[in-house]
Design a protein. Structure first.
Lengths: 211, 139
């Protein structure tokens, strides 16, 4: 079995060059994603500087256990994606598919835990902006903490949903036998996106849950 | 950039349609090590974060988070074996994140009342009144 037909675009001189271009393009996209989140992190920094007490107090009313479990879930899902790429590039597509299924299940678990947390916030009326009516933290700046909390975890959650969809599509292609030691760049790029989702959460976890 | 130096380590593995693709050339052990290290650092963040170490808390949390992300970027995301070009893209994005944070936080942190224009949201007076410092903090 050679390189699958139609894999190399006619404007690339070799598969290696095409792979490099794909990888570079993906990293450029990830750079824009990093800058997108950087805007929110900057907003967070400014308001945390201005309302240190409200941020610490708001943080201590979050569900720390849920946040910690979700951190472990995301880190492990990142590990299984790395393994999936490893198995594809060592010609073990079935093992790669199993790893991708595990990753998607962990993504679902992450969203489920997040949904439980959001439900708690809604019952406590710890809501963003003018809807904030959380009786346990009635101090200025607390509404801002919860606004940023919902914006950051919400945007991150959207990325989890997108990443999960991309990985499902890649799982389908893996089952079709499209990835092997000769070509696995598509799988690798989907994995890169998932790792970015993990990277963002690595910062969100201590900044939101452990002030 | 020549083909050899331009293509990354694993791209060159895909280049040989003839020989046995390197089943043993690539090991999963680094991924297992990084996974265990990430779990260790998560426990460390959790334990240090719960101590509420005052001014040091943020510094420690960010130092651990940066270490964890470095592990993910270098090993899981293969930056360690990537070409200089992809690394440059990543590092450039980090430089701009640094610039954004440094100047924005620097501005807010160095304001004092006489220098603050009327109607500015920050720095006109203490946003967190003294009385609130006695507000009960749950542990």
């Amino acid at each position: 079995m050679g390189i699958p037909e139609g894999i190399i675009g006619h404007h690339f001189s070799s598969l290696a060059r095409q792979n490099e271009a794909m990888r570079l393009g993906m990293w450029l996209f990830l750079a824009t994603e990093i800058l997108l989140f950087a805007g929110l992190f900057t907003g967070y920094a400014v308001y945390r500087f201005e309302f240190p007490l409200a941020f610490a107090d708001g943080s201590r009313h979050l569900n720390l256990a849920a946040g910690t479990v979700n951190t472990v879930v995301l880190i492990t899902s990142s590990f299984t994606v790395a393994l999936a790429i490893h198995f594809a590039r060592t010609d073990r597509p079935r093992a790669a598919a199993v790893c991708l299924v595990l990753t998607i299940l962990m993504a679902l678990a992450f969203l489920g835990i997040k949904a439980i947390e959001y439900t708690e916030h809604f019952h406590e009326r710890a809501l963003p902006g003018k809807f904030y009516a959380f009786k346990e933290v009635p101090i200025p700046g607390a509404a801002m903490f919860y606004s940023l909390y919902f914006l950051m975890t919400g945007l991150h959650g959207l990325h989890v949903v997108i990443g999960m969809s991309v990985l499902t599509w890649i799982l389908w292609r893996t089952l079709q036998g499209r990835y092997s030691s000769r070509y696995y760049t598509g799988l690798e790029l989907g994995g890169l996106y998932w790792h970015l989702v993990d990277l963002i959460w690595i910062f969100l976890y201590p900044l939101l849950y452990l002030i | 950039m020549s083909e050899e130096s331009g293509a990354s380590g694993h791209a060159s593995a895909t280049l040989h349609p003839g020989g046995e693709p390197g089943k043993h050339a690539h090991s999963a052990i680094p991924y297992v090590v990084v996974w265990i290290a990430l779990l260790f650092f998560t426990v460390l963040t959790y334990l240090t974060g719960k101590q509420h170490l005052g001014h040091w808390a943020l510094f420690i949390a960010l130092a651990i988070a940066c270490t964890k992300s470095a592990l993910v970027a270098l090993i899981f995301m293969h930056l360690k074996e990537s070409s200089g070009m992809t690394r440059l893209v990543f590092v450039t994005s980090l430089v701009f994140v640094g610039l954004l944070l440094f100047f924005t936080v620097g501005d807010v942190a160095t304001r004092f009342t006489p220098a603050t224009p009327a109607g500015a949201p920050f720095g006109t007076e203490r946003s967190q009144p003294e009385g609130l410092l006695e507000h009960e903090m749950p542990e």
